[in-house]
Design a binder for this molecule. Sequence first.
Ligand code: FRU
Length: 480
Amino acid sequence: MKQHEHNLLENAYKAVEENRQNIEQDPYRLHYHLMPPVGLLNDPNGFIHFRGLYHLFYQWNPFETAHGAKFWGHYTSPDMVNWTHEPIALAPSEWYEKNGCYSGSAVEHEGKMVLFYTGNVKNEHGERETYQCMAISEDGFTFEKKGPVVHLPEGYTAHFRDPKVWKQENKWYMVLGAQDLNEQGKAVLYTSDNLIDWEFLGPIAGADMNGLGSFGYMWECPDLFELDGKEVLLLSPQGLEPEGYLYQNIYQSGYFVGKMEYETPEFSHREFIEIDRGFDFYAPQTTLDTKGRRLLFAWMGITDENEKFQPTIKSGWVHAMTLPRELTLKGDKLYQQPVEELQQLRKEEVFLPNTKISTSNQTLENVNGTSIELEITIIKNDAETFEISFRDAASMVYSKHEKRLSLHRKKFTGDAIESRHCHVEDLHQLQVFLDTSSIEIFVNGGAEVFTARFFPSETNQTILFSAEGNVMFDVKKWKL
Ligand code: FRU
């Protein structure tokens, strides 16, 4: 191993060791979500089910709770419940990646794991350069870098990154996030017979295409996959303006459902749908596992002003992954559900059938805690508003008249409350995962999901139910 790479790895492991004690005592350390052992985590990368193990890599800056020259951290699991933190997969040691081994994906080929990622470079004039790189592993744990296999084509700025590779009828394809010279976000496609020589096929979707009009100045982390006979293009566009309940975060994540013509190539699609309705969700990536499930992880965070105010920073770490979720398509809508393996986490079931709520701030026996799952099946809802408050730091409110579900949370600094909303025609089911500093609410079987970090006082375990009118539901609660 070259000296520079060796030093980078040593320093990263040293940062983990030096901060271990401080980080382990942080009450906001999550109990069943993936986190960085130190420093900053962002996008999920290289998600793959390989030789019986789920591998999830992640964008990692081990040296700061800020963005910088990213490494690929690495977790593995037989079941997406019990995870092992593995040795670092990629460190930014070479000229073509010196400012970061940026996001990318993994495929299996001839029994080997092959990674594709973006080598991010700031050159001596301070300008960005981008190289799409390959690395190969015999065992899925140690990687041999092969260097750049795709160079920036004409017609695009150096905002050209995040290769997602897959196989379709004996050909390999790579979709990338890009910005054209008119500063319009695009998803572009390459093809290859051997994973080494790549042919540029052009843009398949983007701002100013398919009747979209202006639709962001950069598209990050595209992922194109088949689901239920249709194609889904998942992506994270930057530069959408807020519109009613929509696009309230600084950057968005969402998808188009459509038809991919590989011959042309062309992706004809319907409208963009935001995939998450909460505050902290970005850069999702999917894989197909050997059970045939389309699985998704996303970064439970986003590069926004809140990032700097997260209280975990003083302990030396920031951000986490969402729970793993299974995707299904109903019509043209993606549903997300927590993978069924997560039921292994359930302990000490509480079941309260036919629970009636008709006043404010009611507690339910044993329905409380800091790391729990709640399943609520609504039997009858005659209430104008129905509210569940979580540990006095976040709350979910359904307004029957407005047909609106809202998530409110305390801002990370000051006392102000911030809110996100979405249209829900009729609320009939909720599955809520609370971890020490996160909340994920799956609505109506996963038709909508709200994902957020929140930072309640450490000892507060209170869950309060309120209704203006009468609500009756079954509730199940587990400790996780
Ligand atoms: C998305 C992103 C990617 C990039 C990576 C760098 O959050 O900006 O486009 O590859 O993060 O960490």
